[in-house]
Design a protein around this ligand. Sequence first.
Ligand code: 26W
Length: 801
Amino acid sequence: MKLKEAKFTTDFINEIKAMYAVDLKETSSLEQFIALGHLIKRYDADNWTRTSKSYRKNDDKQVYYFSIEFLPGRLLQSNLLNLDILDTVSSGLKNLGLDFEKICEAEPDPGLGNGGLGRLAACYMDSMASLGMAGNGNGIRYRYGLFKQVFMNGYQVELPDDWLRNGNVWEVRRENRACLVRFGGHVWLQEQEDGALRPVYDHTDDVLAVPYDIGMAGYHNDVTNTLRLWSAELPPSADQTYYSQQQRDNIDDITKVLYPDDSNAEGRSLRLRQEYFFSSAGMQSIVRHYFLDHTSLKYFAQKVAVHINDTHPTLVIPELMRILLDEYDCSWDTAWQITAATMSYTNHTIMQEALEKWPIDMFKGLLPRIYQIVEEIDRRYRVEKTPIFGDNVVDRTAPLGDGQVRMAYLAVIGSHSVNGVAPLHTELLKKDVLADLYRIYPEKFNNKTNGIADRRWLELANRPLTKLIDHKIGTDWHSNPKQLQTLSAFENDTEFLHQLAEVKAINKQKLADYVQEKMNITLNTSAIFDVQIKRLHAYKRQLLHALEIIREYLDIKDHPKKDVTPRVHIFGAKAAPSYHYAKSVIKVINALADLVNNDPTIGDKLKVVFIPNYGVSLGELIIPAADISEQISTASKEASGTSNMKLMTNGALSLATMDGANIDIVKAAGAENEYTFGLTADDVYGYYHRGDYRARTFYDDNPELQRIVGSLIDNMIPGITTEGHEIYDSLLQYNDEYFVLADYAAYVAKQEKISHDFNDVEAWQKRSLANIAASGTFSADYAVARYAEDIWQVPYNRILK
Ligand code: 26W
């Protein structure tokens, strides 16, 4: 949009006056942010209105991306960038004597997600809008997001994330778009005078689902899509009938808080209520919207694509069936044909404990009508497939089995497309986790490698690098990220390589200033910034990284005169509150940090920093400062990873196992520009098949490893008696489930090589440049375009080069 600085500053001052009736200089950064947010939302209102109107006028097919998690991060800067007024507004505010950075930091970071899945959904929302695609998000407006993490004596402590205490400037409450969602009660089919069988409900617990819409502005295209987040409230009948405090609390609880687990399906009934709540509200509002401009269901699947982000929204399948059968008198076959053609499902993990299976009793009690429909889906699936594939395969793949509703199977059977998020992951789905269903529906399976919103993770998070790249190759890469590849022409441009090193140094200093201020730890910015930022999980092997730190520490202690390449190990990771092992690893790393950082003989040769409360905003500060990107998961366990892509595009070199999208990153940038090591997925599966992995063998054969693992229990690291023994036993008594000891030697060898290579600045920057140049392929714009072409069949108007 066109905006003159003078117009902006006038509007802003008026906004402040209108909202706070005080002069600008008397307002806080938070008030300035809130006023600015309201002003920007007003600037974008025309785009938002026009966009949804044009989709209806052109009768465009629309995508509805259902996700129980969205991690949008702060929206101020990305909205300003996408509306093409970032420079105007930032200089306008500076000229008013305000601190733009402080205003940006006043914005709450909506933690409505755990990690990869939630952030991917947010990146895809940005790309759908930026491609001019009719892409709507559908999720939950949690009153409390993912817990705030603080460390008390090195232990993780969870605090409530009261992100709405100052309201949310970007949202619009849509009272008149509310829907009623029914739980519990009894349902039976009753013959009507027209002979049709219709369900009759009684004693149901009804909940009002109220949507809050947030505009998703596209990049320089005046398109603004909608992210709709649902909130649970008392139904209108509450005015007439008495509701006990308990009943009121039961309703409130539905959207009160995000479940902080990102890999363990707890199977709590409140979680099931959350999943049905937003799936039903979302589906009802989609069908209602469709019938604003259509009279028959014949074209529904041609006008609506519903995407199921992991199994959490799978109930959209029986819910659409319920609506078509019960409210539109559709025949079963027609309803099923429409539903399967509308639905598509993405799997994000192969971890067994993460695959949702709901006890039938709980499911039936809470969702009686939905259970009847799932039962019929199961019955018809068995009737159709048993003659072809036999009892065993059908029993193993039917939605109902072992007293459970198996959500992944229901998602596959009820969708026309099933995709993994990186080539290796998709192969493992076909060969292992969903092998039986792949035999039955091979045509449904496809791969869609993840992507990242490079506008946020490069253009916004790393302004110095963006300016340097613009200076070298122009700005076309902003909307055609593959253009970054043209940077490789400058791989021998030593001046440019040194400019790259300066940019990295600026970002490292920025992070060092934050760590100094918040944690009172002084970082040596010429050291290697070795970064591992992701949820704390055994398969992600933060423990392997910790063992390396112990090795480095002992090496310096043993050889104080030895010339070492200084290192700073940076961790960011939340552990699910109920995940005991993960919390023990956090304690051990923090105890190790205390030992290393306060050991006078170490000085600034080695530092360990575990930055608390890692999330999107901290990621934007840490990622541009990274030299090494730790992607060391046990091969086959990380479906894709996306921090690997964000670190790559900011010039970090990957230290990686051949797992998830690491494989594709190595292929894109060239193995010579990364550090790969360790067992492959085939090696890991080989051990599973043979059942012959013996962690102790690796321990017995490696005295150095014995000393390092021994330091977990020999009090070298103070304060970890319990945790040290727990981890020590997990390795040697419980046979090291994630092959940490098997990969130790290869990992350490690469770390040694990194210490050597880092000192050749030009060679290092040349490899850093190769990563930046090759990173364009991992833009979410290309990933979403592939979903649009192969799965959703929706148009988008941006020509992608
Ligand atoms: C039921 C508990 C639960 C909650 C969340 C189980 C599983 C999840 C998510 C699927 C876990 C997740 O975030 N998976 C990550 O998804 C990313 C986006 O595709 C991938 O890049 C990561 O590899 C994957 O771990």
